[in-house]
Design a protein around this ligand. Structure first.
Ligand code: AMP
Ligand code: TRP
Length: 345
């Protein structure tokens, strides 16, 4: 694809999603959700979904899926996503995602998917036994985005490669089906500087993740104050005091992570944090960090608890969100169906 893409004339639109698997944690918030909330203040229309269809790509419990969708929805709301401004919905409630995904599977090339590192990580050694859905996962993600002609996608660092694939798919679709017109815009990732990659509390070289079997590796958005304080106290560190400068964090992944978390929580830079706390040991720094985390999470956790006790309220949000999302996706899908040559009476 050497031709320069034609400029896109349509409106800006934001889309993002998270999987309804496990509990949302501080990495999800600082890496992505925080940005979702901030972007609502802009001009662009926002679409935020619980990607339940992506959750099916690995073994899962059907009887628990709908509840998990309500769970991530409650976390979005508790974190400040506003259903009056943003469409909040379940991916499976908007069939246009699945329909566009099929079309885009015929646009994406096998070689593009074979390069995806997340598939390699998730499939593990026995890739032959992985579901086909796990392999085509990034194409469904491209459909999630392109079915709204979204122009910006707020995500953590780990989703960069999937966004590049979505751009390749859009460009190829435009070339093959629209004579090079920019029917589907190339979505830009929106990735925060601090917070884009929060690491595990147990190992500063692996990312904080919902799927880590150790709950002590992460701070969940619903953890209470005592749990947060205990997890931070137990967090892995090294014996050295904090350095005075960011360069001093280089070979110290755990120290770098804790300083980064504190910086992201308090809206400061790591350099600024070290200017204040450099020279102090973790015995002094950890309680300060725990206080900041508790202050930050307590209101989110409280609101999350309130919402989870009121599933009818969550369902109302999801119903209204699905209506808005279906209405926004319909004209895009109709345009794409015509371009690929589907029959129409
Ligand atoms: P996931 O938990 O994999 O469904 O991810 C949901 C969103 O949170 C995506 O935008 C991720 O990039 C982001 N995210 C997940 N884990 C982290 C982390 N440890 N640090 C920063 N962002 C994260
Ligand atoms: N793959 C993303 C993750 O694991 C979730 C996701 C699915 C997504 N569809 C999306 C993110 C569309 C942004 C836009 O975090």
């Amino acid at each position: 694809m050497t031709d320069a893409p034609a400029p896109y004339e349509g409106p800006r639109r934001i889309l993002s999603g998270m999987q309804p698997t496990g509990q949302l944690h501080l990495g999800n918030y600082l890496g992505a959700l925080k940005n979702w909330v901030a972007l609502q203040d802009g001009e662009a229309e926002c679409f935020y979904c619980a990607v339940d269809m992506h959750a099916m790509t690995v073994p899962y419990e059907p009887a628990a899926l709908a509840k998990a969708v309500r769970g991530v929805t409650a976390a979005y709301l508790a974190a400040g996503v506003d259903p009056a401004r943003s469409a909040i919905f379940a991916q499976s409630a908007v069939p246009a995602h699945a329909e566009l995904a099929w079309i885009l599977q015929c646009v994406a090339r096998l070689g593009w998917l074979e390069r995806m590192t997340q598939f390699k990580d998730k499939a593990g050694k026995d890739a032959e036994r992985a579901s086909v859905g796990l392999f085509t996962y990034p194409v469904l993600m491209a459909a999630d985005i392109l079915v709204y002609k979204a122009t910006e996608v707020p995500v953590g660092e780990d989703q960069k490669q999937h966004l590049e694939l979505a751009r390749d798919v859009a460009a190829r679709f435009n070339r093959d089906f629209a004579g090079g017109r920019t029917v589907l815009p190339m979505p830009d990732p929106v990735i925060l500087g601090t917070g884009a990659r929060i690491m595990s509390l147990k190992d500063g070289t692996s990312k904080m993740s919902k799927s880590d079997p150790s709950d002590n590796s992460r701070i969940n958005l619903h953890d209470d104050a005592d749990t947060i304080a205990r997890k931070i106290k137990k967090a892995k560190t090294d014996p050295e005091p904090l350095p005075e400068t960011v360069e001093g964090l280089e070979a110290r992944p755990e120290a770098r992570n804790l300083v980064g978390i504190f910086a992201a929580l308090t809206g400061r830079t790591s350099a600024d944090v070290l200017a204040e706390y450099g020279g102090q040991g973790f015995g002094a720094f950890k309680p300060v960090l725990a206080d900041a985390a508790v202050q930050f999470i307590a209101p989110i956790s409280e609101e999350f608890g309130r919402l989870m006790a009121d599933p009818a309220e969550i369902d109302r949000v999801l119903t209204k969100g699905a209506e808005r999302a279906n209405a926004a996706a319909a004209p895009v899908l109709a345009e794409v169906r015509d371009l690929v040559g589907y029959w129409r009476a």
